[in-house]
Ligand binder design. Structure first.
Ligand code: PEP
Ligand code: MN
Length: 339
């Protein structure tokens, strides 16, 4: 339920509304808006009777909210969410188009710093790279763990690029929180509710990838898990879903971008690298992502893809990445976003 206060409501009237919500055992979210204040209620399993709140002085109206993702959905929100990346001037959302790039995995300090410098020179805003890798096979390279995070921190020092990297479980989450600027929750963990709740208690932005076969509602409910614990700096990432089509690794669901943006105020990033799995398809789909209105892209870049320990076939060269960034900037001139 969303409670709209009168424009000239008194402080104690607002306090009475909050107290009533808490007395009923629910959580209140005071949402100051441009013209008036609203109070959102979460935690109720069933719809509430609007009259309970409408009889409190200073309340204009109590509106039932039909969507189960109240914090991630638009009903409670006053416009789009903008996320500032701590310790940098990178902003996500609004009219900025963010470019995250880097290798699939952190393989060594030399490799990560080398690639980080190349992508920085070519226009990336954030460095990506997995230190904890969720691999289909237990025999495949699992990542360097904390050593990989230390390497990412070194690459940040060398380039000034903030770092995004994946946490796989509560243990790695603690470490990722310590070293990274943005916490990535991967497709395979989209419904790891214990992990989502832990990430929700932290004060660093989280990028939540869409699950391999997740509906958009399930994806937004997962964002709700994070937000309901207090962390509101959440961005979504479409990274391709499973379909009958076998020509590409996944099917990048670009429909999901405007659909999620209509339902939710959270920024939506597109990952055409995992979405296609093929390097020659990454640039066309990145351009399409910008055209469809995504708030940014995450691109895997490697300068020696034949040596890559993970996802070499989908890694773009730094030169092709540079070309792509140039095109994204030109698209930005037409579509009015800043790359
Ligand atoms: C990744 O970005 O490194 C990754 C493993 O992606 P996803 O979770 O989308 O498979
Ligand atoms: Mn990868």
């Amino acid at each position: 339920m969303l409670i709209l206060m009168d424009a000239d409501h008194k402080k104690d009237q607002l306090a009475r509304v909050v107290a009533k919500i808490e007395e009923l055992g629910f959580k209140s979210h005071v949402l100051p808006g441009a013209n008036s204040t609203a109070v959102g209620i979460t935690g109720n399993a069933r719809p509430l009777d609007p009259r309970v709140f409408e009889q409190i002085e200073g309340v204009k109206q109590a509106i039932p909210v039909t969507k189960p993702y109240k914090l991630a959905g638009r009903d409670f929100a006053d416009g789009d969410t903008h996320i500032a990346i701590p310790g940098s001037d990178v902003k996500i959302g609004g009219d900025t188009f963010v470019v995250m790039a880097g290798p699939c995995a952190v393989e060594s300090e030399e490799q990560t710093v080398r690639i980080a410098k190349k992508i920085k020179e070519r226009g990336a805003h954030l460095l990506r790279g997995g230190a904890f890798k969720p691999r289909t096979s237990p025999y495949a390279f699992q990542g360097l763990g904390e050593d990989g995070l230390k390497i990412l921190a070194t690459a940040r020092e060398e380039t000034g690029l903030p770092v995004i990297t994946e946490a796989l479980d509560p243990n790695s989450l603690e470490l990722v929180y310590k070293y990274a600027d943005v916490i990535q929750i991967g497709a395979r963990n989209m419904q790891n509710f214990a992990l989502l709740k832990e990430a929700g208690k932290l004060d660093k932005p989280v990028m939540l990838k869409r699950g391999l076969s997740a509906t958009i509602d399930e994806w937004l409910m997962s964002a709700e898990y994070i937000m309901s614990e207090g962390n509101k700096a959440v961005m979504l990432c479409e990274r391709g879903i499973r379909t009958f089509s076998s020509h590409t690794r996944n099917t990048l669901d670009l429909n999901a971008v405007p659909v999620a943006q209509k339902l939710s105020h959270l920024p939506v990033i597109v990952d055409p690298s995992h979405g296609t799995g093929l390097r020659d398809k990454v640039a066309p789909l990145a351009r399409a992502a910008a055209a469809v209105g995504a708030n940014g892209v995450m691109i895997e870049v490697h300068d020696r893809p034949e040596e890559a320990l993970c996802d070499g076939p989908q890694a773009m060269s730094p030169e092709n990445f540079e070309h792509l960034v140039g095109i994204l900037r030109k698209l930005g001139e037409v579509l009015e976003f800043k790359v």
